[in-house]
Design a binder for this molecule. Sequence first.
Ligand code: HEM
Length: 177
Amino acid sequence: MMQGEGELNHLERPSPLNEREKVLIQDSWAKVYENCEDAGVAILLRLFVNFPSSKQYFSDFKHVEEPEELERSVQFRKHARRVMNGINTLVESLDNSDKVASVLKLVGKAHALRHKVEPVYFKFLSGVILEVLGEAFPEVVTADVAAAWTKLLATLCCSINAVYEELGWTSLSTSTG
Ligand code: HEM
């Protein structure tokens, strides 16, 4: 089995978010988004420290190891902002499934075709988001809030995987190793 293929096949799409879960996500996100810049940097830094291979896709800092130096990279900070803005759009659009689908389609397409990012990195990023939010906002991220976020992020990964599959990612992934 090629790298990433198992991930594509074995992720189960969670049930849609219910109204309570949407409110839990929107309320908790509002607190996080007040510190958008810091939260984004903390999340991306954790991704690159815990999963150093995720740096391979970023020309400006793929060989940088020091977290302090990573944080200073313009490309790093720009992507941290983009990730936070992407999640913000999803959170704002929880009642608009067409919008959610179209945002995830765009993100999936760009990362598969242009940046050639293995889809498993979206799963790593999702885990890191939960971890960092739980640590940074322990009073906000209760067990119920964490469960709602887990569901949203699993949905995100499933949708991204579906886009990759539609694009025939398995053949692409052989060329990127
Ligand atoms: C929720 C998850 C993510 C969102 C919302 C997101 C969003 C974006 C956006 C909006 C762009 C620029 C637009 C474009 O090129 O089409 C971008 C670029 C990029 N993303 Fe992501 N991204 C996410 C996850 C990831 C992950 C997990 C990786 C790899 C580990 C990654 C790697 C890249 C790279 C390499 C670029 C190009 C950077 C550059 O040229 O400066 N992204 N991302």
